[in-house]
Design a protein. Structure first.
Length: 602
């Protein structure tokens, strides 16, 4: 129930509109009832050759008042036909207008709530620390923001609109039924479960089978995806027949489930009609007696039947509403769970700005482990002076990327501290820390946007001259100029339309444009051809010039440029020194150098 309360709290800003919508829906229900009431005079007076012009009684209030049709109309309209016709058209018009605006308002509220919830969720998620994203798959997060929230939208807009309309309609019709003939109404109420119960059961079957149809569809998609992406292996191992058989089995299961859905769906309407006919037949028996004994008029009975049959739709809808509502509650549970997670890396309240970097970055006895992981970094002590280039080398999995990630606080150290110019980085504003660090990651990350916007990513002030300058320094301006729309060319999802070397140079241009004093560079390990390799290296040299650099080095040229080399081995620093110091020392660096860099030696 707390979920529901919380969900409702999102609609609070729209209370007024919601109130109006309720009033309008009540009007819809009243109009439905009025339409049913109109049927009685149609049959008793209008279609009766003995019809006279005495006032037409629409409703007799329990406290003695009377509502005549004449009361609702201007005096000029006095013929029975005119009265009925004008009222019928008028009521339908009012009902239509009320229903339109009510549906509009309720859906407006629903979609607005969904927009608010989506915005809030995205804002919260994007502020989470990196570890959150490694623990929650992209697919899961996307489906929380898209389909989970869509289910909530279903509940708040469609279901709420339906719920209001159908409940008021039901109330209106019930009032008519009981007003016209309360005894017959009581008998009918006893019969209704015989119609509604089988309908509800069928509805349940339809829902279950449509859900499992989705599951089977997902199974089938899985086979497709696996085999298409792994097509070379399928062909290489001559497994086409095997895969086709797997696919056929999946489609067979899908067919079976779909037919279960079809049979339940196709049965609904005939069954309802049959049960409805049985009900009416029973009622006819009663009505015949009542009409003969003048306890009921023909028009009264037809109005009664009309209202009764009309009640079927609201009842059916209202039983379905609960199901959508439950789904929405389930979905909101997921969504709220994400809203409630606090980012592991967070700013202390009233933290100060980190002043512009001027002296040194110090790792003081730093230890780090990933959640549920073994200790990864231990006793790391390292001072990086301003303007220094420090290369970090070590075998794959030694913890190099992890070490670099600690500086912009992608993760927080679990022991010791990192201090920049005397400030523990956990005590300063995150933005003031990260604004001073430029990043070039191991995998190049670009966005599906123009080259220009990729280069000035993260800066609100866009200076065209500086963007061109950055591209030039990154040796990217030439190939950009050759592209179809130059700097305005959109580079496709993750920059797929560029070569590996071009992507890297755009990423370098982006770091150059940011012009931050500290640079963290995780050199890409991917192979480039000799020419692009040379260009990328030159671009990197331009980027490193005049900055304080922590570079995770995979290239000999980078290592040679470094003022100091830090060798990381199983989470601890095993050697520190210049290339010349370390290369003949007989330690890990020498081994790494011989293994890793020897081929690259120019
Ligand atoms: N998000 C994470 N959660 C848990 N463990 C992780 C995570 N990221 C990395 N690791 C583990 O930490 C260890 C060090 O990883 P890291 O990425 O720092 O290595 P690396 O030295 O950069 O290696 P490479 O040269 O291959 O890039 C690895 O054993 C890895 O499995
Ligand atoms: Mg790495």
């Amino acid at each position: 129930m707390t979920q529901v309360k919380r969900l409702l709290s999102f609609s609070r800003p729209y209370t007024l509109r919601f109130g109006v919508a309720i009033l309008l829906m009540a009007a819809v229900g009243a109009c439905e009832g009025l339409t049913a009431l109109l049927i009685k005079p149609v049959f008793d007076r209008l279609l009766d050759p003995r019809a006279d012009s005495t006032p037409i009684l629409l409703f007799q209030f329990p406290w003695g008042g009377h509502l005549y049709l004449q009361d609702l109309l201007p005096a000029r309209v006095h013929h029975v036909w005119a009265m009925v016709a004008v009222t019928l058209i008028g009521v339908t018009l009012v009902k239509g207008l009320a229903e339109f605006f009510a549906t509009y308002f309720v859906n407006f509220i629903g979609h607005s709530v969904v927009r608010d919830l989506r915005n809030l969720l995205y804002t919260r998620i994007i502020r989470q620390s990196i570890s959150f994203f490694t623990q929650n798959s992209t697919g899961r997060l996307m489906s929380a923001i898209t389909s989970d929230i869509e289910k909530i939208q279903n509940a708040v807009s469609q279901v709420a609109a339906d719920f209001l309309k159908q409940s008021f309609t039901l109330v209106g019709l019930l009032a008519v039924v009981f007003y016209v003939d309360w005894q017959l109404a009581l008998v009918s109420m006893l019969l209704i479960p015989f119609v509604v119960f089988p309908a509800a059961r069928l509805g349940q079957r339809i829902r279950i089978s449509s859900r499992s149809s989705q599951d089977k569809m997902a199974e089938m998609n899985n086979v497709l995806q696996e085999t298409f992406t792994g097509i070379r292996i399928v062909k290489g191992f001559v497994m086409e027949v095997f895969e086709v058989e797997k696919f056929r089995a999946a489609t067979r299961r899908l067919l079976k489930i779909n037919m279960r859905w079809v049979s339940a769906h196709a049965l609904t309407s005939p069954l309802m009609e049959f049960l409805g006919a049985v009900t009416i037949a029973v009622l006819l028996l009663y009505a015949r007696n009542a009409i003969i004994h003048h306890a009921q008029t023909t028009g009264g009975f037809i109005a009664f039947l009309y209202a009764l049959i009309k009640m079927y739709e609201p009842i059916k809808r209202l039983t379905g509403v609960n199901n959508s509502f439950q789904q929405a509650v389930g979905a909101s549970e997921q969504v709220f769970q994400y809203l409630d997670i606090h980012s592991e890396v967070h700013e202390k309240p009233q933290s100060a700005e980190l002043p512009p970097f001027h002296n040194e970055i110090a790792f003081e006895d730093v230890g780090f482990e990933y959640e549920d992981g073994p200790p990864l970094l231990q006793n790391v002590n390292l001072r990086i002076g301003r303007g220094e280039v420090v290369a970090i080398v070590g075998s794959s999995g030694a913890g190099k990327t992890t070490l670099a990630n600690l500086i912009p606080r992608f993760f927080d150290v679990t022991r010791g501290r990192i201090v920049i110019d005397g400030h523990d980085i956990r005590d300063v504003k995150l933005s003031s820390l990260r604004n001073q660090i430029a990043l070039v990651t191991q995998e190049t990350i670009l966005f599906n946007d123009s080259v220009f916007n990729n280069i000035c990513y993260g800066r609100n002030v866009q200076n065209e001259k500086e963007v061109l300058g950055a591209a030039q320094t990154a040796l990217a301006d030439e190939f950009i100029a050759e592209m179809a729309h130059g700097y305005q060319t959109v580079i496709g999802e993750r920059g797929q339309r560029l070569s590996g070397g071009q992507r890297q140079r755009i990423a370098i241009a982006r770091a150059l444009y940011k012009n931050a004093p500290v640079l963290i560079l995780d050199e890409a390990t991917s192979e480039l051809d000799a020419e692009s390799e040379l260009l990328v290296q030159k671009a990197l040299n331009n980027l490193m010039a005049g900055r304080t650099v922590v570079v995770i080095a995979h290239r000999l040229s980078t290592v040679r440029r470094a003022n100091r080399i830090v060798v990381l081995d199983r989470g601890t620093i095993s050697e520190i020194g210049t290339h010349e110091d370390l290369v003949n020392r007989g330690g890990i660096y020498q081994r790494l150098h011989d293994l890793q860099f020897v081929d690259a030696e120019p």
